[in-house]
Design a protein around this ligand. Structure first.
Ligand SMILES: [Fe+2]
Length: 245
C-alpha cells in the first residue's frame, strides 16, 4: 500500500495521490464511482522497479505541461496543483498513439496530436502498482475534439481547468468547470471538446482496464472540428490583430 505518512521529496507522487484522495472524499456518497476510486487507491502497492530514466521532459511536452498546470486556478484545487507541480518531473508522460484503440479507429488527428497522460497508479509506468485500476493525469491541447467513444472500464474525471465541453450518448454539449467530477459508467459514450485553454484533469479507470476503447461515430464530427478550428482562428486574430494586416 502506498505510504501516506511521509512528506519528503521522494514521496511527491504519494502526496499527489493523497491530495486527490482528500479532494474526492466529500463526494463519495453523492457521485457514483467515487467510492470505487477511494476503495482502490489504498490497495496500490509500491513498485520496486519503477524508475524514471529521463528527468527532462522533451519539448513540447514540458511546455504543454507548464501551460496546463498554470491553468489550474481554482482555490479548491490549490493543493492538487502544488503537488502536481512537485511530481511532474517524477512521472512518465506518454502520448496515446492509438494504443487504447483497435487499429484503424477513426480518432481524428486533433486528438492524436494533442493528448498526454501519466499514471500515478497502474499496472505499468506508474510508481504505485495495481493490476486492474489506474489513477493518472490526462491533458488535451486547446481546440481539441476528443471524439465520442466508450470503453468497458468505468471512468472518473476530475476536471482541473476552467471550462471544457462534454457530451454523453451523443447528446447536447455541457460545459464543466474546474473541480467538477464526471462519472462515465461502463460502456457509456462520451466526448470532450477543449476551448482556448489547455485541458488538464485527473482520471481513473476503476476496473477492466485492459479492454480497448471504441469510437462511437457521430454525424457531426467534422462540424465540431470545424467550429473549434474557426474558434482557434478567431482567437489568433483577437490576440495578434492578424485581421488588421
Ligand atoms: Fe473515456
Amino acid at each position: 500500500m502506498y505510504d501516506q505518512s511521509k512528506n519528503t521529496d521522494e514521496c511527491v507522487i504519494a502526496n499527489l495521490i493523497r491530495a486527490i484522495n482528500t479532494y474526492l472524499i466529500p463526494y463519495r456518497k453523492t457521485l457514483r464511482g467515487v467510492e470505487d476510486v477511494l476503495t482502490q487507491i489504498p490497495l496500490a502497492a509500491t513498485k520496486g522497479n519503477f524508475r524514471k530514466n529521463n528527468t527532462t521532459q522533451p519539448f513540447p511536452t514540458a511546455e504543454i505541461l507548464k501551460t496546463a498546470v498554470c491553468n489550474i486556478r481554482a482555490q479548491t484545487l490549490t493543493t492538487i496543483r502544488e503537488c502536481l507541480l512537485s511530481a511532474t518531473d517524477e512521472l512518465i508522460w506518454k502520448q496515446d498513439e492509438d494504443e487504447y484503440y483497435a487499429p484503424e479507429s477513426d480518432l481524428g488527428n486533433g486528438y492524436r496530436a494533442n493528448n498526454l497522460h501519466a499514471l500515478l497508479i497502474g499496472p505499468s509506468n506508474a510508481k504505485y502498482y495495481h493490476p486492474d485500476f489506474t489513477l493518472g493525469i490526462f491533458l488535451l491541447g486547446p481546440f481539441t475534439f476528443y471524439r465520442d467513444h466508450f470503453h468497458l472500464a468505468p471512468e472518473l474525471y476530475l476536471n482541473l481547468t476552467n471550462r471544457t465541453g462534454w457530451r454523453f450518448q451523443g447528446g447536447e454539449w455541457i460545459d464543466y468547470g474546474a473541480g467538477s467530477l464526471i462519472w462515465n459508467d461502463s460502456n457509456n459514450v462520451h466526448a470532450t471538446r477543449v476551448y482556448d485553454e489547455h485541458f488538464i484533469s485527473i482520471f481513473s479507470w476503476t476496473r477492466n482496464i485492459n479492454s480497448l476503447c471504441k469510437v462511437f461515430k457521430c454525424e457531426d464530427w467534422k462540424k465540431v472540428e470545424q467550429e473549434l478550428h474557426d474558434s482557434q482562428w478567431r482567437d489568433k486574430v483577437h490576440n495578434t490583430g492578424v485581421a488588421n494586416v
